[in-house]
Design a protein around this ligand. Structure first.
Ligand SMILES: [Mg+2]
Length: 232
């Protein structure tokens, strides 16, 4: 029986791609730079690779926040940008823009009373706290765990150890991790002995060794999983 859900945020409860695109456009504009579809696409790739490297412990969070823009600007021959300032402004904008995935806020609201809900996210504290507050999602969460505050990112086992110390439910088989990333949410959840649910709305194929207990293509399928878990 599932009593507790640990939610990933970006790409699971909130549309990260949407926030990222708008925030980038705003920052480019305020720096007096032109932005193209090509730059947006390339940034997405560069950013992804930096986050993967962070998961692997190859770069620090501080290196990621600046490095992704440095790499992008170098590739496109964009010069004379105050990277520090650009990065800060971007982070702020990112926290001001949100879009729900699959009516996530109402789904979390409907789950209240049925399960305890927590957030587990690798984002930046300022950005994530802002976004969760503005979107109203924070109201339904018993606690919010952000990697920057925890000290290590998902899927590091220590991240889960520290979160679980604060989670009320102590039986790990009653805790479900829901997230869109196989390499951070699902891998981390499995390694921590938790139940896992992979959110994959676009039919991505799992090419990793990490096999989740459940797969969903719409967040409202979580209700079926909870019903099903009552029988087990
Ligand atoms: Mg995610």
């Amino acid at each position: 029986m599932i009593t507790t859900i640990l939610w990933d945020v970006d790409g699971t409860l909130l549309n990260f791609t949407y926030s990222q695109e708008l925030a980038l456009k705003k920052c480019f504009q305020s720096a007096g730079l032109m932005i193209t579809e090509e730059i947006l696409k390339r940034y997405d790739r560069i950013n992804d690779s930096y986050w993967k490297r962070l998961e692997l412990g190859e770069v620090t969070k501080a290196q990621l926040l600046i490095g992704r823009f440095q790499t992008l600007f170098e590739e496109f021959g964009i010069e004379n940008v105050d990277l520090e300032r650009f990065g800060k402004e971007y982070q702020q904008e990112l926290g001001n823009i949100y879009q729900y995935i699959d009516d996530s806020c109402n789904i979390c609201q409907a789950l209240r009373g049925q399960v305890d809900q927590y957030v587990i996210t690798n984002g930046v504290t300022l950005t994530q706290r802002n976004k969760l507050k503005l979107s109203g999602l924070d109201v339904w969460m018993k606690d919010i765990f952000i990697s920057e505050e925890i000290g290590v990112p998902k899927p590091d086992p220590l991240f889960f150890v520290k979160c679980l110390q604060k989670v009320t439910e102590k039986d790990r088989s009653h805790i479900l991790v829901v997230g869109d990333s196989l390499t951070s949410d699902i891998k981390g959840g499995i390694q921590a002995g938790l139940k896992t649910c992979w959110y994959r709305p676009n039919g991505t194929v799992n090419e990793t060794p990490w096999v989740p207990d459940y797969e969903i293509s719409h967040l409202n399928q979580i209700f079926t999983i909870l019903e099903h878990s009552l029988l087990n």
